[in-house]
Design a protein around this ligand. Structure first.
Ligand code: NAD
Ligand code: ZN
Ligand code: ZN
Length: 378
C-alpha cells in the first residue's frame, strides 16, 4: 500500500510499504479515507526528534472498517469511525479515569501511545491506505454512515479535542475572558472551544495574517505580536489587569525576539497576561522530544519558567497530551446536531501523493495553509 514515510529532516515521500494486518483479536483494520497533517508532525519533520527513517506518519485518522479481529464485539466491517490519536487499552488505571493519553498498557512509564509518532509505541501512522487499530472497541469512535461532516469528524482525532482539552485544562467557564497564544490549528480550535463554552471575550495571538483572519472570522479578537507587545495589547483591549484564563498552543518552538534565548517565552507571557488567581492550560508541546540529543537543557525540557511570578499571582496550570478519546463522543454529537463546525480551519483537501509538497508548505506556515487533510483513497 501507499504511505507517507519519513526519511530524515524535511524529507518525506509517498512509498510502497507493507499493508498492515490484524495482529491481535482486539484489532481492526481501517481503510483510511481522511488523515490530517498536524503541527506535531513538524517536530519530527524538522528533525528535532529521534524519529527514525522509515516511520509512517499520521496520528489523525478516519476511515471505514475493513476487517475486524475475532475478539472485537462492537464494530463491523463497513462502519465509518474516527480514531482519537491516543492508542489506549480502555482498562488500565488511567484509561478508567478518562486519562487515555496516559495509558499504562500500551507504552508503560511514558506518555501513552500514538499512531505514527516517535517514542509513543510501535504503532505506524495512518497517512496511508490502511491502518491497524489495536483495542479497537475502545479506540474507534463510531460515526454516522456516508461522507457527511467528513472533515469535521476528522478533527476529532486530535485538534478539536485538543483545543477543547486546552479549555478544560485552563478551566474556562461561561462569561470568562480568555487569551490563546498560537493561531495554528490547535490554537484556533482552543479559541473556538472557548467560544462554544460561552466565553465573553477571546483573544488569539499570532503573527501569520491568514491565521489571524480566521480568528476574526470566528468572532474572536486577533492580536498580532509583531505589531506591539501582545500582553499590553490584550490588557488595553480588555481594560483590566488580565484575562481569567490563558492557553498555550505554541509550545517550546515559539518564535522569540532576536537575541533572546527563551524557549518558555509563551508560558512567561501567559503568566503576565492572566489575572491573579486565574489559570493556564498548556497543550503546546514542551516534552523533551529527543532523549539522544546533545546535552542541552532545552532538549531535556529544562526551560526558564518564571515560577516566582506564577506563585506570586496564585496561578494554576494544567498540562499534557490530550485525552482525545475523552471528548470525542460529545464533540461528535455537537457536530451532528449542527452546534459545532470545526472544519472552518481546513484549508486544503488533497490526495496522499501531495503529502511531500503539503508538508513543506505547512511547515513554512505559507499563507492559506492552516490545516491540511489527505485522502489516501483518491
Ligand atoms: P502550528 O505550528 O501550526 O501552530 C503554532 C502557531 O504558533 C503558529 O501559527 C506560529 O506562528 C505561532 N507562534 C509562534 N511563536 C509564537 C509566539 N511567540 N507567540 C504567539 N504565537 C506564536 O502547530 P499546531 O498544530 O497548532 O500545534 C500547536 C502546538 O500544539 C504544537 O506544539 C503541537 O505539537 C501541540 N499539540 C499538542 C497536542 C496535545 O495533545 N497536547 C496535540 C496536538 C498538538
Ligand atoms: Zn495532531
Ligand atoms: Zn490504558
Amino acid at each position: 500500500m501507499k504511505a507517507v514515510v519519513f526519511h530524515g529532516p524535511y524529507e518525506v515521500s509517498v512509498d510502497e510499504v507493507e499493508k498492515p494486518r490484524i495482529e491481535a483479536p482486539q484489532d481492526v483494520l481501517l481503510r483510511v479515507t481522511t488523515t490530517c497533517i498536524c503541527g506535531s508532525d513538524l517536530h519530527m519533520y524538522e528533525g528535532r526528534t529521534a524519529a527514525e527513517s522509515g516511520l509512517v506518519f499520521g496520528h489523525e485518522n478516519l476511515g471505514i472498517i475493513e476487517e475486524v479481529g475475532e475478539g472485537v464485539t462492537s464494530l463491523k466491517p463497513g462502519q465509518r469511525v474516527v480514531i482519537p490519536f491516543n492508542v489506549a487499552c480502555g482498562f488500565c488505571r488511567n484509561c478508567r479515569a478518562g486519562k487515555t493519553a496516559f495509558c499504562e498498557t500500551v507504552n508503560p512509564g511514558f506518555a501513552g501511545g500514538a499512531y505514527g509518532y516517535v517514542a509513543m509505541g510501535p504503532y505506524p501512522g495512518g497517512q496511508a491506505e490502511y491502518l491497524r487499530v489495536p483495542y479497537a472497541d475502545f479506540n474507534c469512535v463510531p460515526l454516522p454512515p456516508g461522507e457527511e461532516h467528513e472533515a469535521d469528524f476528522a478533527l476529532l482525532a486530535d485538534i478539536f479535542s485538543t483545543g477543547y482539552h486546552a479549555t478544560e485544562l485552563a478551566g474556562v467557564q461561561p462569561g470568562e475572558t480568555v487569551a490563546v497564544f498560537g493561531a495554528g490549528p490547535v490554537g484556533l480550535m482552543a479559541a473556538y472551544s472557548a467560544m462554544l463554552k460561552g466565553a465573553a471575550r477571546v483573544f488569539v495571538v499570532d503573527r501569520v495574517k491568514s491565521r489571524l483572519d480566521l480568528v476574526e472570522q470566528m468572532g474572536a479578537t486577533p492580536i498580532d505580536y509583531t505589531v506591539d507587545d501582545p500582553i499590553q495589547q490584550i490588557k488595553d483591549a480588555l481594560g483590566d489587569v488580565g484575562v481569567d484564563r490563558g492557553i498555550d498552543a505554541v509550545g517550546y518552538q515559539a518564535t522569540v525576539p532576536a537575541g533572546q534565548e527563551q524557549p518558555a517565552l509563551v508560558l512567561n507571557q501567559l503568566v503576565e497576561t492572566v489575572r491573579p488567581t486565574g489559570s493556564i492550560g498548556t497543550v503546546g508541546l514542551y516534552v523533551p522530544t529527543d532523549p539522544g540529543a546533545p546535552d542541552q537543557d532545552s532538549a531535556k525540557g529544562f526551560l526558564l519558567f518564571n515560577i516566582g511570578r506564577f506563585f506570586e499571582k496564585g496561578l494554576r496550570m494544567g498540562t499534557g497530551q490530550t485525552d482525545a478519546k475523552r471528548y470525542a463522543h460529545q464533540l461528535r454529537d455537537m457536530i451532528i446536531a449542527g452546534k459545532a463546525k470545526p472544519s472552518f480551519v481546513v484549508s486544503q483537501e488533497l490526495p496522499l501523493m501531495s503529502a511531500p509538497d503539503a508538508y513543506a508548505r505547512f511547515d513554512k506556515r505559507e499563507p492559506g495553509y492552516s490545516k491540511v487533510l489527505l485522502h489516501p483513497q483518491q
